[in-house]
Design a binder for this molecule. Sequence first.
Ligand SMILES: Nc1ncnc2c1ncn2[C@@H]1O[C@H](COP(=O)(O)OP(=O)(O)OP(=O)(O)O)[C@@H](O)[C@H]1O
Length: 744
Amino acid sequence: MTTSPPPTPVSDVLTREIAAEQAHVDRVYAELAKASERANLVAVDGLARGRTDRTGDVRDEEITGLFERDALVFNAARRQAALDRQYEGLVFGRLDLVDLGGLREAPAPDLPDEWWLDPEREVRYIGRLGVRDEDYEPLVIDWRAPAASAFYRATPVQPHGVIRRRVLRSSAATVIGVEDDLMAPAAPADLEITGDGALMAALTRSRGAQMRDIVATIQRHQDEAIRAPGRGVTEITGGPGTGKTVVALHRAAYLLYSERRKYEAGGVLVIGPSSAYTAYIERVLPSLGEDSVTLRSLGDVIEVLSAGRVDRPEVAALKGSLRVRQLLDRVAGGRIPDAPESFRAFVGGQAITLPPNTLDGIRARVLRGHRRNAGAAAARGMLADAAWATHRQGERADFLEAFGESLAVDDFMEAWWPQVDPREVLLWLGDTDTSYRHGRGVFTDGELAGIALSMRDALDVGSWTVADIALIDELAARLGPVTDNGDEERGFYEIDDLDDVSNREFRTLGGPASIGRAAMERASDPRDALLRNRIGLPEEYAHILVDEAQDLSPMQWRMIGRRGEYASWTVVGDAAQASWNDRVEALRARDDAFGRQPRRHFHMDTNYRNAREIFDYARDTILPLVPDADIPNAVRGTGIQPEVRELGLDTLADTRAAVDDLAATVGGSIAVITPSRYADRLAPLDGAHDGRVIVIDPLSTKGLEYDATVVVDPDAITDEAPGGVRVLYVVLTRAAHRMTVLRT
Ligand SMILES: Nc1ncnc2c1ncn2[C@@H]1O[C@H](COP(=O)(O)OP(=O)(O)OP(=O)(O)O)[C@@H](O)[C@H]1O
C-alpha cells in the first residue's frame, strides 16, 4: 500500500508559483527592451496597425506591421515609466486551457467527461499589449484580442476550455501575488490553485486619488458591453458603483484596438460632468496603452474655453432648457447694441437715407439664408438695392458701382454688420432691457432678470459658467465662425488691442491657444478673459462616450450632438442619480443627437464599489422617495455599519473628529462632502492627514469614489441640490469602505 506525500505548505506553493510566473514575465520585459532598441531605429507610422490575427499581433507576412508593433512596444515602454507605483504590470493574466473545438461555447454539462484532463494543454498569457519573441511566438496576448476573450468570458458554467484562470499581481515588473479561479470541476494534479480570487482582492484594496483600470478582473457581463460592436448607440445603465464608467473606458480602448483606423483617425471623445471627474479618470486609458482619446468635461467642450463655475440651480435650469433657444435666436438676429439704427451717407454725390424698419427688414431677409458672420456681402447687396429703390437717379449700374466702392458705406457696414463673437452676443443679455426685449413671451421678467444678472456676474469675475458653454456653442452655430477677414477680424478684440500687435503676430491668431500680445497683457481684465481666444468650428468625432448622461441638459445634448453628427455613441447613466429635472425634454434632445442609429443596451446590476452596509444605507434613503430607482446588488460585506453622529454647533470640530477617526482606521482617500453653507467653515480640513482628505461639494462628487466619506448634514444637501434626494443618493454611494454621516 502506498501513502500519499504530505501536502506542500501553501506559502511554498505560492512562492514556487510566483517564481515560475516571474520567469515568464522576465522574458517579456527582456523582449520589450530589445524591441524598444529596434524601435529607436525604425521610422514608424503608429496609425498603420490595422489588421490583426487571432492573438492580436500583426501577421507574420506584414513586415511593416512588425515595425509598427515595435513602435507600439516602444511607446508602451515609455508610458510604463510614466505610470506611478500602482502600475500593476504589463502581464496580468494567464490561462491554462484545452482546445474544445466546436464545443467552446457549450455549457459544462454538455462537455466530454473529464475534459480538463485532456493532455493537449495550452498556456496563454494576457497583458496590456501583445508581445512576441524573436521567433514571432506570442509571449503575451493583448487583452483586447479575440484570443484573450476567454480570460473574461470563462465561468464554471461555460468554461470555454479554460481549466484555470490566473491573475498575476505585480509591482512594476515584479510578480508579487497570484490569484486563481478554477473553471473546471477539479484541477489536474500539476495545476496548483491558490488565492481567494482576484476580484475580491481588487475590491478590498484602498482607492487612490485616481481611478485604476480593471483589466485583470473584468467580469463576463462587463466584457460583453466592452466588446460590443462600435457602430450605433450603446447604452450602459445600472445603479451606483456598478462599473459603468470603468467599463465604458475599457470599451473606448477596445474600439481603438479593434477598429483603430476608424477611431484613431476619426477621434474618440469622452465627456464627463466636471473637471474633477476628468482628473479622476484620466489615467485609465493611458494605463491601457491609449492616449489618443480626448477627455472633456461639460465646461470644456468648446476647445478654447474652460468653465468650472456653476449657476444658481434655477438659472442653470433656464439656461439648459430648450426654451432658451428662442431667446438666443432673437438676440442673435436682433440689432447689435450701439450699431446705427438707420443709414445715412453720400453715395455718388447723392444723400441717401434708409430708415430703421428698412434695415431691420434687410437683416431679417439676410439671416433667413445666411449665418450672421457670413452675411455681410449679402447685406451690403440688399442695402444697395434698397438705396437704389428709394433714390433712383442716374443709371442703376453706375449707382450700384458707386455704392459698392463707397468708403462711407464701408464705414457703415463695419458698424452695422460687424463679425460678432457668440460670447459677445451672450453678454448683451447682461443688459436687463435687452433681455426683456428679446425674452418676452419666452421667460418671465423674473427669469430674465436672473439670466441678465448671471451675465453681469460673468463680467465681474471674468469666467463663464458650465451652463453658459452650451449657450455659446448654440450661438456659434447660428452666427458662424468669426473669419480672418481684414477689419472684420475684430469681432471680439477692440481695434486698439490689435494695433498693439505686430501684423505678423496677428496673422498667426488662427491657432486655438494663441492670442495677440496686447490681449494677453490685458487678460487680467475680466471682459478680455471671457473673450480670450478664437472659437472655431466644432471638432467632429467618430465615437462619443458620454458618462453621467442623466445629468445633461437638453442644450448640452445639442452641444455634444454637434460634435457627433456622424459618430457612434456609448452612453452611460443612472436616472436615480440625476440632477437634471426635465428628463422628458432631455431625452428628446438626446434622441435628436443620436439620430436613427440602431441601439443596444447593457444593464449592470452588481455594485463593486460600496461595502454592502454602506449601500444598504443609501438604498434605504432613496427607495422611499424614488421607488423605481435601479438598485444594484452590493457584493462585498464588511460587517461595519455606517456611523451616524450628531453635528453640533461647532461644525468644524465635529467634522474634524469624524475625519480623524476614519483616518485612523482606513488607508487612502477621505472625502468630506458638505453643502455649501458649511464649505468655508470646513475648508481647513482640506489636505489634512498628509493630503488624504478632500473637502468637496455634493455635485462635484459625481462619478468619483473614496475609501471613506464624511457626509455633512444630509438634509441640507437635499435642500440645496437641484436634484434633491437624488444628489444625496450620489453622495451616499461614494465611499468604498467606511462612511460617517453627521446629522443636525
Ligand atoms: N470588474 C471589476 N474589477 C475590479 N473593480 C471593479 C470592477 N468593476 C468595477 N470595479 C470598481 O468599482 C468601482 C465603481 O466603478 P465605476 O465608478 O465605474 O461605477 P459607476 O457605475 O460608474 O458608478 P457611479 O454611477 O456611482 O458613478 C470602481 O472602483 C471600479 O474600479
